[in-house]
Design a protein around this ligand. Sequence first.
Ligand code: TYD
Length: 144
Amino acid sequence: MNNKKRYSIDDCNVVSLPKHTRPNGNLTVAEGNISVPFDIRRVYYLYDIPAGEERGGHAHKQLQQFFIAVSGSFDVIIDDGDNRRTITLNRPFTGLHIRPGIWRELNNFSSGAVCLVLASEHYDEDDYIRIYDEFIAYSKEDKQ
Ligand code: TYD
């Protein structure tokens, strides 16, 4: 029996992070299990993305992620196998929580965009589903 929990795109929330506004600039904090809904084990960031390029194009079986446009803007397309939605991230105090089993594509990066990613697990290539047809098959498994 497979115990994997099935998430939909409606379980992927846009979250406002605390913003401390001061005359000398702003500060936003992201804390694991407080504003970010999981323990943070890994941080990475995408930058110097050439115009017109795309990132992502995969799903994860277990990994949870939290995406923040710390500079500039980009679109995140999320897909649960049944429905698909595009979310524009363009504020350094707003993040998108992506649950396990959700296909994602990132595109429409502005010049100078930086995408900060907080992740619940260390890097594991075996956790990736990189072929869309395999993702669709995976998303249909165990469906009632
Ligand atoms: P990938 O997750 O496919 O990037 P994206 O979703 O942004 O397009 O990763 C790109 C490459 O970087 C791939 O060869 C694996 C490597 N990588 C690591 O070694 N460690 C990491 O934590 C991540 C996220 C990627």
